[in-house]
Design a protein around this ligand. Structure first.
Ligand code: TRP
Ligand code: ZN
Ligand code: CA
Length: 438
């Protein structure tokens, strides 16, 4: 095997010498091992979330006291959220549907970038019932995901997965908007949705801390966050399927979410756990008193931070570092017996600044007696880095990747691999030279 390689190489060696200097072409190396690339989620500003609630309250107040489907306060709420997202750099779309003879609206906001085949989505219904302004139900979830989306933009966050946010219409009439969205999502798009996070009522005035018992990874992400705060959580049981996550769950999309309680009464055990009173979690549920006064700030703050924690952690996943840039020359160059040094080269381009401190130098030299050889790497400015100096005796071939600290060398330019045979009797050839820049 080796003999035949040598023979064929000798046959073609002289013809290929010229090609050795012209044949350097960058190629793409295999990606390096995956590393974890998780950036920490920011603390979400309670002040900002509450400002969104104040704005939603004003919208209701100016539009007959509610933000219900088919009423002007709903469309005004959509326009309010959309304007903030547009200004922050989101790609937004309003999806219209018709229900009860009136037009309903969903708002979908995509954060540009991330893997389009892996989408993490957070959503909240933006409509209220007609009897009140709907500040806890569900200004709270709507404001928390809005502020999280704005925090993504402010951080210039570049998640591995693609991020999407949704504000649903007509939830209060039977999850109408989210069902419409899911039903109109092509099967291929549905399969890209790797997680849907739902936030409906997360600032209840007499709060509990409930985590949906659905997708285990999403559930654990939330539970870990609250465990870090030292706040006990319970599984949400006040009506599975009573919010928009059900629309997603029904078609097999992994879901999760948070909830601080609606009309059910807090038990004494829960009061011991979380404080508050043995009354309804939200005594203003679906009524006119669901105003900005109907919010527990601590619950809203903790849950808003939990939203960001989940959005960050579930979208980060793992990152694959960009593949290294490889410059390679595989033309053969014969090495004359006990003679002059010869070289082969690659031309490096498109790399900013200096070479790395661990430049991978791939050497492939066929020679039956490596103790004859001196092999050097020569940087574009002529600096010499010795790779091999006549060691190895009668062992054959140098097929090895050397690591060279080339950090004082400008990367771009012509790099040479030089080989000289310093003893008679055995001859060989350079078969390959490869530089890999990280
Ligand atoms: N908007 C929901 C509803 O009126 C509120 C709700 C009740 C809820 N129980 C829930 C939200 C459980 C999430 C989980 O039905
Ligand atoms: Zn709700
Ligand atoms: Ca020799």
């Amino acid at each position: 095997m080796k003999l035949s390689v040598r023979l064929s190489a000798f046959a073609g060696a002289s013809a290929l010498v010229l090609g050795a200097f012209a044949g350097a072409a960058p190629a793409t190396a295999a990606p390096a091992a995956a590393t974890s690339g998780t950036a920490a989620a920011p603390d979400i500003s309670l002040t900002n979330v509450k400002q969104h609630l104040t704005d939603l309250q004003s919208i209701a107040t100016n539009n007959g006291g509610n933000r219900a489907h088919g009423r002007p306060g709903y469309k005004a709420s959509i326009d309010f959220v959309k304007a903030k997202l547009d200004a922050a750099g989101y790609t937004t779309a309003i999806q219209q549907f018709s229900y009860n003879g009136t037009t309903g609206y969903n708002l979908i906001a995509d954060w540009p970038g991330g893997d389009p085949n892996q989408v993490i989505m957070a959503g909240s219904h933006l409509d209220s019932v007609s009897s009140g302004p709907g500040i806890n139900d569900n200004g709270s979830g709507s404001a928390a995901i809005l502020e999280t989306a704005l925090a993504v933009a402010r951080a210039g966050y570049q998640p591995t997965k693609h991020l999407r946010f949704g504000w649903w219409g007509a939830e209060e009439l039977g999850l109408v908007g989210s069902k419409y969205y899911v039903n109109n999502l092509p099967t291929t798009e549905r399969s890209k949705l790797k997680g849907y996070l739902n936030f409906d009522m997360i600032g209840s005035p007499n709060p509990g801390y409930f985590v949906y018992d659905d997708d285990p990874v999403i559930e654990k992400t939330f539970k870990d966050y609250f465990a870090g705060l030292g706040v006990p959580t319970e599984i949400e049981t006040e009506g599975d399927g009573r919010s928009d996550h059900a629309s997603f769950k029904n078609v097999g999309i992994p879901v999760g979410g948070l909830f601080t309680g609606a009309s059910r009464t807090k038990t004494s055990a829960q009061v011991q756990k979380w404080g508050g009173t043995t009354t309804a979690f939200d005594r203003c549920y679906h009524s006119s008193c669901d105003t900005t006064s109907n919010i527990n700030d601590t619950a809203l703050d903790r849950n808003s931070d939990a939203v960001a924690h989940a959005v960050w952690n579930l979208s980060a996943g793992t990152t694959t570092p960009p593949p290294g840039k490889v410059f390679e020359n595989t033309a053969d160059v014969s090495i004359p017996d006990n003679g002059a040094a010869v070289s082969t080269s690659v031309t490096v381009s498109g790399i900013t600044g200096n070479a790395p401190s661990s430049l991978a130098v791939g050497v492939d030299i066929v020679h039956p007696y490596k103790g004859d050889l001196v092999v050097d790497l020569i940087a574009p400015d002529g600096s010499v880095y010795n790779l091999h100096n006549r060691s190895g005796g009668s062992a054959d071939n140098i097929v090895q990747t050397f690591t060279v600290n080339a950090s004082t060398e400008v990367a771009n330019g012509t790099w040479q691999l030089r080989a000289q045979d310093r003893a008679s009797a055995d001859v060989g050839y350079i078969s390959g030279f490869k530089l890999t820049f990280p």
